[in-house]
Ligand binder design. Structure first.
Ligand SMILES: NC(=O)c1ccc[n+]([C@@H]2O[C@H](COP(=O)([O-])OP(=O)(O)OC[C@H]3O[C@@H](n4cnc5c(N)ncnc54)[C@H](O)[C@@H]3O)[C@@H](O)[C@H]2O)c1
Length: 339
């Protein structure tokens, strides 16, 4: 049943399977220092405490340069040098911080990831993009720096709260809409919160989502072109995250994707049937798809952001399930999509 994940060539290997069986063989013959968060340290101390380790605080507020500096200082205290291997074990916050620290500590050290959230496994740990926030601006500084390996073990997801599982499912559905109709149909055929308990099915979902991302990153590692497709739902999603802390990243992206699908229908780009399929798939996982604040407020946030990033807004619009397009719109044109 399982297909292969395309390789990222010399830009890191992705492995799917059990940590117990695979991790040791993947680690280089070097000193390893783990970067993780306190929740993972508590839940998986046997794994974390096999090595020297550094913990970062959890939550988006800690994904910043202060945390990065603290990690550098701790690495120096531990005597880490250029031959040290960093292992990020955690969700997207941990892997984003670890990737950035690895890319910059002593001008770059090798690193690997064991992502522990569904969002991390299908998205954040894949593709070599890392970054931290500056003030309220998300991912404003970062690098493209590929890990030596990413080890995906879906059994780690069993300790994840339902809300975090759902957030990861939003990114898996995004991957399906961007580039894999079969994945969409597969998730739809198994769509309920029960899916998360089935490791074999989850492994398939993770693998196919990762394959969509790898295929795109292979073509455009530095996000000059097609990689932007992976931002489907994110312009609005990020704006929603700024307006309210009530939704997590995946939940905000789900609302963003549904709004973009409706916009695509109103522009005659996507069929109503496809847009409704996307919406109903999210509903099967109990997503609340109503914008949590007034649309005008979300659009104001997009406009404010746009002022900081240039004239046009780069928008990803779905054409059908499995294919999207990128358009550059003025703010007025963007606003009209939601009139
Ligand atoms: N670099 C990229 O390409 C990329 C892509 C998508 C998202 N991201 C970033 O990822 C971040 C979000 O990542 P996330 O959703 O994984 O959030 P997260 O890292 O904050 O993890 C969510 C929560 O789950 C806990 N947790 C993690 N693994 C667990 C487990 N196995 N069992 C129980 N609890 C566990 C964490 O301690 C945390 O409290 C955002 O900052 C986003 O910008 C980056």
């Amino acid at each position: 049943m399982l297909d292969r994940i395309p390789s990222l060539g010399n830009r890191g290997e992705i492995h799917i399977g059990s940590i117990e069986e695979l991790l040791e063989g993947l680690l280089p013959d070097k000193r390893v220092i783990v970067i993780t968060d306190t929740a993972i340290d508590r839940l998986y101390s046997d794994l974390v405490r096999r090595f020297d380790y550094i913990t970062v605080g959890y939550g988006e507020v800690n994904k910043n340069l202060q945390t990065v500096q603290n990690a550098y200082l701790r690495l120096m205290e531990l005597g880490a040098d250029r031959s040290t291997f960093l292992l990020g074990i955690g969700g997207g916050i941990v892997t984003d911080i670890t990737g950035f620290v690895a890319a910059t500590y002593m001008r770059g050290v090798d690193f690997g990831f064991v992502p522990t959230t569904l969002l991390g496994q299908v998205d954040a740990a894949i593709g070599g993009k890392n970054g931290v926030n500056v003030a309220e601006y998300k991912n404003m500084v970062g690098t493209f720096y590929q890990p030596r390996f990413v080890l995906l073990d879906v059994k780690l997801l069993s300790s994840l709260p339902p809300r975090e599982l759902r957030a990861g499912m939003a990114e898996a559905i995004k991957a399906a809409v961007v580039g894999d109709r079969e994945l969409f149909d597969f998730i739809r055929a198994n769509a309920s919160m029960q899916l998360f308990a089935d490791r074999e099915l989850m492994q398939w979902v993770v693998m196919r989502s990762v394959a969509v991302k790898c295929n795109i990153v292979e073509l455009d590692e530095k996000e000059h072109g097609v990689r932007r497709l992976l931002n489907l739902g994110h312009t609005l999603g990020h704006a929603i995250e700024k307006c309210t802390h009530e939704l997590n990243h995946g939940e905000a992206v789900a609302v963003g994707m549904v709004l973009m699908s409706r916009a695509a229908v109103s522009r005659g780009i996507m069929s109503k049937v496809d847009a409704e399929s996307i919406e109903s798939l999210f509903r099967s996982f109990d997503f609340d798809l109503e914008p949590p604040v007034a649309m005008a407020k979300i659009l104001r946030e997009v406009k404010y952001d746009k002022k900081k990033h240039g004239d046009k807004i780069r928008v990803v619009l779905p054409e059908t399930i499995g294919r999207c397009r990128i358009e550059d719109l003025t703010f007025m044109e963007f606003e009209e999509l939601f009139a």
